[in-house]
Design a protein around this ligand. Sequence first.
Ligand code: SAM
Ligand code: SF4
Length: 321
Amino acid sequence: MIDGYHRTIDYLRISITDRCNLRCRYCMPVDLPFRSHDEILRYEEIERVCRAAVRAGIRHVRVTGGEPLVRKGCLDFLERLKQMPGIETVAVTTNGVLLEEAAPRLAAMGIDSVNISLDTLREDTFQKIAQRDLFREVWKGLMTAIEAGLRVKVNCVPQRGVNDGELEAMARLAEQYPIDVRFIEMMPMGYGDETPTIGSEEIEERFRAAFPGLQVCGERRGFGPAHYYEVPGFQGKIGIIDAVSHCFCQECNRIRLSSEGFLKLCLYYDQGVDLRALLRSGAADEELFQAIKQAVAQKPARHGFDSGRREESRTMSQIGG
Ligand code: SAM
Ligand code: SF4
């Protein structure tokens, strides 16, 4: 699919639930009301959207949430996605809490990559950020995923005054294990606005000082906007994702499906199309396909995070990151 700015759109992020077993402060409030089960797309409905999206040119999907592994039937759904003709890669983004049990099956079904969100290596800081005492479960999930042979990326959101003393230690996970560790600038969305982040330039400067021989890596890994760095002796790479301070919108390849079936065109805007209304009014596959294509043609040129205005009222847990 080519959008109005000549970008190829071949990547769909699918949020299968707005529920979560953590309450990361920058993502969702403790008392956020969840959508009722009726409001959330059934798996069959998501799969219909996927088939139409594949016909329109989507080749890569990432399943996210909320926390995707809390939704019953998630692993069966992932297995069906893996087998769907036209889909080349299926990845998952998870907080890792339920990964210890899921990892062997994810590996067996051939999941292409698992992103694990982990902002700290300290139990007390984890409790402070995620507001749940589940650090050990996440750590076991991470270790099991590595042992199962999954391609693992750890995603860390640097937060000033919270985990900023640990960024080098987090990066060293890529020395100790064959995984990439990526640092993602906090986006001023939802509750992210209230947590001061650390800019990519400052992080790069710190890593240059801490890791002699750190070099920008030309290789593009995956479909994301990360800049990657190699460090001599490290098994994996370090990535820095600076969507806010450096706009990479001209290379954007993605659209998002929320758990209630809203096809969202840009993280920053609330603009998109209500596919649930179409699905539940008896639309034919052709209508779904046309709706997706027409929506993509309207994809905005770039985000406006730097404008100071907020166009999206959903939280990150509702969008899926
Ligand atoms: N629960 C899963 C997880 O945590 O990996 C998947 C959903 S979560 C919304 C996806 C990612 O969004 C997480 O890595 C989280 O750290 C990130 N995130 C949430 N709010 C954010 C914000 N305001 N800015 C940047 N990243 C954010
Ligand atoms: Fe849940 Fe992920 Fe949001 Fe944390 S970042 S509250 S784990 S959805």
